[in-house]
Structures are given as structure tokens and as C-alpha cells.
Design a protein around this ligand. Structure first.
Ligand code: OKP
Ligand code: ZN
Length: 344
């Protein structure tokens, strides 16, 4: 399987993260990618290839231009204000009740675009996030060039929480969504995004919410107990032309394979009905038992089963890495998923 990773992705490495009231080491660390790369190589999947540079216009197909300009320049502005460390918001509009004022200062824009306090912007976050999108696009290009096949994009920082004009949940740019749109723009009439990450991909949902050409299906922890809290409910089914093209399957904390597999059957049935020309998987492996941020109880073998079920859809498939925070186990479970997919 063709696999992609850009060395620049490691340039996003914030100094710390606020978790449950305490500053500590970031969970979404650059070493996550290194462990996945090692596991892929050891398993004989790969090799990892660097992506080529895709034009910014492709990213602007799903993201707001003011938002992209903000992300690109925020840390320079932070420094110009004489501040050290990573750029973080300190104040939020609270809801979207206020209009964004032209010329709003950096703190206003940090609070406007960011929806949490776990996603600092470093001097090189933009470079890393942009490279992560290239990695996903290189994978998507494999699907368009042979119309078959599959690819793995070792994306990090992750992407599925990044919305049209919003970042958070460790995500800046929505690599899976950009890749899905790229597939639409290059011959696929319908594209499905399946998101088995522990967390609801609120960004991906938002980007495609009113569209019937991109189906979004997600299995995730109930937003009543888990991040991102405000979206991922089962009554969010899409709007306008997109009604019926967004499927959320929330599950309670403690969920194990038998119940998770039932949701998977529902997801696979919806994907089959939609009959897409290409499939993007937002592959989070944070559903593994013992993940420090998550509360599902999947086992390593379950990831092979997941890969197998995805393969049975018989679709050109791009895997994009999202979450997974047990450093020593992420690589193994990514490999299990891909092996399950490759061996059917
Ligand atoms: C990103 B992805 C951290 C609190 C835990 C984690 C949410 C980000 C998950 N301080 N929240 O979907 O794996
Ligand atoms: Zn996650």
C-alpha cells in the first residue's frame, strides 16, 4: 500500500497542554507519527513516501480564506506583540452571537477561530498542518490515478475537528475533508467519509453538512460525556440537500467490540447504500482500551476486523490518521487495520 508522510509534520510540537486543570506534556505529540512509521516499516507496509506540494487553492475548497490567513500568520503576530511561547486564546465569544469585526486584534481572532484550549499554535504549526494536508492529498492522488487501489496518509497534526473556519481538538486543517473534496474535483461523483475515531469529527460534519455528494458517517463517544460535546448527536442528519447524508452513531463510554460492531454494521450499510466512488477513512485508533483520553474498550484484533469490513466494501480507499494516544500501541493498531484491509 502506498503510504505518505512529510517530515515537516513533526514541526508542530507545542510546549504543553492543559488537561483536566493541569499543564502537562501534549498528548498529540510528534512522536506519534514516528511510532506509526516504525510499525509500518516493520510490518512491510509502505515504504513511507514524502508527498509533493499541492497548491493552497485546493485547501481553500473547504476552508474559509480569512481563517487560512489567520492560521498562517497568527504566531508571527503573537511574537510581534512581544509574547513568548505558543499562541493560545484567552477569551471566546462564548457562542456565535457576535459578528466578527473587521481588523479584530489577535486575541479576538484566536478566540473567534479556536474552540478549545488544547490546540496551541507554535511558530511552525502552519507548516506542519499544511504538510499534513499534502500527505492526505498525495494519498488521494493514488486513488484518482488508478481509480482503484488504496493509500495510507500518516497525518498529524490530525484534522477531523477543523471546520470551515474553526480549529481545535489538536486539529488545524481538515486533511480528510480536503482529500474528500479533491476526490470530488477529480472524477469521483460521490465520496464517503467514514470516521471511526473515538471523537466525533465535528469539522468534517460541518464542512459537508448541506451536501448530498459527500456522505459523512461517524461512530464516536456520546457528546453528552465526551469532546467535542456540542456535536455528534444522532439527530444531526444533514440539512437542505444534505439531509440524510450525515450519520452519527454515538455510543456510551465503556463500549466494547460487540456493541461497537453493531454500530459498524449500521455504518457499513449506509456506506453501501450511498455507493460512493471513493472512501476516506478518518482512522483514529483512540478507541483502544486504555487510551489516556478515551473510554472505549476495543482490542488490537478488533482493528484487523475493522480493516477487513472496510475492505469488503470494495472501494478505492484512503486511510487518513486521526487520533490515538497510547504511544507504544498506535503503530500496531494502524498496522492491524491496514493488514485486515489488505488481507480481507
Ligand atoms: C482529537 B482526536 C485534552 C482533553 C481531551 C481530547 C480531544 C481531542 C481529540 N486536554 N480531549 O479526535 O483524537
Ligand atoms: Zn479522537
Amino acid at each position: 500500500m502506498k503510504c505518505f508522510y512529510a517530515a515537516e509534520q513533526a514541526l508542530h510540537a507545542p510546549a504543553s497542554e492543559l488537561n483536566r486543570g493541569t499543564m502537562g506534556s501534549p498528548f498529540e505529540a510528534a512522536s506519534r507519527a514516528a511510532t506509526v512509521a516504525t510499525a509500518l516499516t516493520d510490518a512491510g507496509i509502505g515504504p513511507l513516501m514524502p508527498p509533493s506540494a499541492f497548491p493552497d487553492a485546493i485547501v481553500a475548497r473547504v476552508h474559509d480564506s480569512g481563517f487560512l490567513e489567520f492560521l498562517r500568520t497568527a504566531h508571527d503576530e503573537w511574537r510581534a506583540l512581544g509574547r513568548d511561547g505558543d499562541a493560545m486564546p484567552m477569551c471566546w465569544p462564548g457562542t456565535t452571537m457576535y459578528p466578527m469585526r473587521p481588523g479584530a486584534g489577535l486575541d479576538a481572532r484566536l478566540g473567534h477561530y479556536c474552540f478549545d484550549i488544547m490546540t496551541p499554535i507554535t511558530a511552525t504549526s502552519w507548516t506542519a498542518a499544511r504538510a499534513s494536508v499534502n500527505t492526505a492529498l498525495a494519498g488521494a492522488q493514488v486513488l484518482t490515478s488508478d481509480g482503484q487501489g488504496s493509500a495510507f496518509a500518516l497525518c498529524r497534526p490530525p484534522g477531523h475537528h477543523a471546520g470551515i473556519a474553526a480549529y481545535g481538538g489538536y486539529c488545524f486543517l481538515n486533511s480528510a475533508a480536503v482529500a474528500a473534496q479533491y476526490l470530488r474535483d477529480n472524477g469521483a461523483r460521490r465520496v464517503a467519509v467514514f470516521d471511526p475515531d473515538y471523537h466525533h469529527g465535528n469539522g468534517t460534519q460541518q464542512i459537508f453538512y448541506d451536501r448530498d455528494d459527500v456522505l459523512y458517517v461517524s461512530i464516536h463517544a456520546d457528546p453528552q460525556t465526551d469532546f467535542p460535546f456540542y456535536s455528534g448527536f444522532s439527530d444531526e442528519v444533514g440539512s437542505g440537500a444534505g439531509e440524510g447524508f450525515n450519520l452519527n452513531l454515538p455510543l456510551p463510554q465503556g463500549t466494547r467490540w460487540p456493541e461497537w460492531e453493531q454500530a459498524l454494521q449500521t455504518a457499513l450499510a449506509a456506506l453501501t447504500r450511498f455507493a460512493p466512488d471513493a472512501l476516506v477513512i478518518s482512522l483514529g485508533v483512540d478507541t483502544l482500551e486504555g487510551d489516556p483520553l478515551c473510554h472505549f474498550n476495543l482490542q488490537s484484533d478488533d482493528f484487523a476486523r475493522l480493516g477487513q469490513r472496510i475492505a469488503r466494501l470494495g472501494l478505492p480507499t484512503l486511510f487518513v490518521l486521526e487520533g490515538g494516544y497510547q504511544l507504544d500501541l498506535i503503530g500496531r493498531n494502524v498496522v492491524r487495520t491496514l493488514q485486515g484491509f489488505l488481507n480481507r
